[in-house]
Design a protein around this ligand. Structure first.
Ligand code: NAX
Length: 328
């Protein structure tokens, strides 16, 4: 039998954690033949709740789950970790300024970056889900100087999946038949879901839809504001869909994108498409053998250029703010 892969999940007692852990343990993260060992990180007040979830994991008798350990100390939680899902974060509360939010999250992602640097396995892959995800990933990365920077990623797969669902609804074509969609930039309201290179049943998506008004005034805002719409409807933020996207992100990273398709991942920029080097920004990405590559050579039209610049500027501002706070 194979050696179990060690997966660390932070914020394990939260609502995304609850939706995520059972899918990891049942083989959806890495594959139906890959045993996993879970390490859960929580704050001390939430350890008891995490223990409850671990009891339920036991009670599922998942053949692939070789054990669950719970920690309130980052240094221990990332020992030997192969895959880290950084879900726990400090949410924005009433009256909190952006600087306060970034600082509070710096207090979480700096020590976690250091712990990953010190103790994680050589093949460590990190996905940051906790918001502001791109900038939290940047903070963690900058405190893990010995880990190659391509191992730090942030999640825009939920935005990608939301865009697939909206396009499928509009055109009546199954999500399976929609390829090469891209989310650019920040996981925030400025993100840019781009259909100009996408294909629907083999034909260009923008031409198939042929409705610029719908793209600008319906599709883009619906995708970008979907999180708020879920809160409005459900009375709580997206959890199962976020967990599902986290599963998709890591599964695709490890197992590869299909020929003739790509995905969206926030990864460290090498300057492609005018995105300043070092920012963690969402790009069209292919994956193979556990490595990602930014899709090169796409034409960016004027409409897309303006949208990409706006979301990337926001990321530059966030980076400047955390630099000023001494967090990176
Ligand atoms: P919850 O508030 O339900 O859970 C968060 C958990 O994190 C809590 O149990 C808390 O105790 C724990 N936590 C806080 N600080 C911690 C630390 N230092 N170490 C370990 N655990 C810690 O939030 P949930 O709904 O699960 O969402 C988690 C994060 O995902 C939030 O930041 C949220 O904004 C973000 N999201 C990101 C998405 C994305 O697409 N990138 C979409 C969904 C979601 O909104």
């Amino acid at each position: 039998t194979r050696t179990p892969v060690t997966v660390t999940v932070t914020g394990a007692a939260g609502q995304i954690g609850y939706a995520l852990l059972f899918r990891i343990a049942s083989g959806h993260l890495l594959g139906a033949d890959v045993p996993v060992r879970l390490r859960l990180l929580e704050i001390p007040q939430a350890v008891k709740a995490a223990e409850g979830t671990a009891m339920e994991l036991d009670d599922c008798a998942f053949p692939l789950l070789s054990g669950t350990d719970i920690f309130d100390d980052a240094a221990k939680a990332f020992e030997g970790t192969n895959v880290a899902l950084l879900v726990g974060a400090r949410p924005r509360t009433k009256g909190m300024e952006r600087g306060d939010l970034l600082e509070a999250n710096g207090g979480i992602f700096k020590p976690q970056g250091e712990a990953i640097n010190a103790g994680a396995a050589d093949d460590i892959k990190v996905l940051v889900v906790g918001n502001p995800a791109n900038t939290n990933a940047l903070i963690a990365k900058s405190h893990a100087p010995d880990v190659p920077s391509d191992r730090f990623t942030a999640m825009t797969r939920l935005d990608h999946n939301r865009a697939l669902a909206q396009l499928s609804k509009k055109t009546g074509v199954s999500v399976d038949d929609i390829k090469k969609l891209t989310i650019w930039g920040n996981h925030s309201a400025t993100q840019y879901p781009d259909v100009f290179h996408a294909e629907i049943a083999g034909k260009n998506a923008a031409e198939t839809v042929n409705d610029q008004n719908w793209l600008e005034n319906d599709f883009i805002p619906t995708v970008a504001k979907r999180g708020a719409a879920i809160i409005e409807a459900r009375g709580a933020s997206s959890a199962a869909s976020a967990a599902s996207a986290a599963i998709d992100h890591v599964h695709t990273w490890v197992n590869g994108t299909a020929d003739g398709d790509w995905t969206s991942m926030a990864v460290v920029s090498d300057g492609s498409y005018g995105v300043p080097e070092g920012l963690i920004s969402s790009f069209p990405v292919t994956t193979k053998g556990g490595k990602w590559e930014i899709v090169q050579g796409l034409d960016v039209n004027d409409f897309s250029r303006t949208r990409i610049d706006a979301t990337v500027n926001e990321l530059s501002e966030e980076r400047a703010a955390v630099q000023k706070l001494g967090l990176i």
